[in-house]
Design a protein around this ligand. Structure first.
Ligand SMILES: [Zn+2]
Length: 170
C-alpha cells in the first residue's frame, strides 16, 4: 500500500512549529510536557470540534489513529492508561498523533494505517513529520541541549530511544 504525501516540512520547520505551539500555551520552557492534559484540555481550544476517543483494545489494532480533517483522535485504552502512568512510549504515541492533528489535513484515509512508500521524500512523509513533531513536543531540542540521555529520559518522560534521537538534533 502506498503512503500518502504531506506538504514538505523540514525537521527545522517542524521544530519551530512545535515550539510555537508550546509557547502559545505557556509551556515553552517546561521539560515534562503534559501531553495528555494538552490533548484533553488544550487541543479543543485550537480545534473546537476536536473529539478524543479512548477505544477498547478489542476494537482497535493500532495504538493511535488520527483523522486530521475531522479532528478526531482515537487512542487505544492501554496506550491511554500507559500515558496516564507516564510511560514514555505511550506518551510519544499521543504526541505523534497530535502531530498529525496539527500538521496534516487530509483524512480520506486515516493516518498510521499506511505502509511506507519508497518513492516518497522523507520531508513529505506524514509519519516522519508526526514523529519529529511528537519528539519535539516531549523533548524539545532547545531545552535538552547538553543534557545526557538518562536526564532527557527522566526529565522529559520519553523512552531512552527517543531521548537519544532528540539529543542528536540539538
Ligand atoms: Zn502516524
Amino acid at each position: 500500500m502506498n503512503g500518502i504525501k504531506a506538504s514538505p516540512a523540514s525537521r527545522k520547520d517542524i521544530q519551530i512549529y512545535a515550539r510555537y505551539v508550546k509557547k502559545k500555551v505557556g509551556l515553552e520552557n517546561v521539560l515534562y510536557f503534559p501531553i495528555l492534559q494538552f490533548v484533553e484540555n488544550v487541543v479543543p481550544l485550537f480545534y473546537p470540534k476536536f473529539q478524543f476517543e479512548v477505544v477498547p483494545i478489542s476494537e482497535m489494532k493500532e495504538h493511535g489513529l488520527t483523522y486530521p480533517s475531522s479532528k478526531i483522535m482515537k487512542i487505544r485504552e492501554d496506550v491511554y492508561y500507559g500515558a496516564v502512568k507516564g510511560d514514555g512510549r505511550d506518551r510519544y504515541t499521543i504526541a505523534h498523533e497530535t502531530g498529525h492533528l496539527f500538521l496534516h489535513d487530509n483524512d480520506s484515509i486515516a493516518l498510521c494505517r499506511l505502509g511506507n512508500s519508497n518513492d516518497m521524500m522523507l520531508y513529505e512523509n506524514p509519519e516522519w513529520q508526526a514523529d519529529v513533531f511528537g519528539g519535539e513536543m516531549l523533548a524539545s531540542t532547545y531545552l535538552i541541549r547538553g543534557m545526557c540521555i538518562a536526564d532527557v529520559h527522566n526529565k522529559c518522560g520519553v523512552s531512552w530511544a527517543a531521548a537519544r534521537t532528540q539529543l542528536k538534533y540539538t
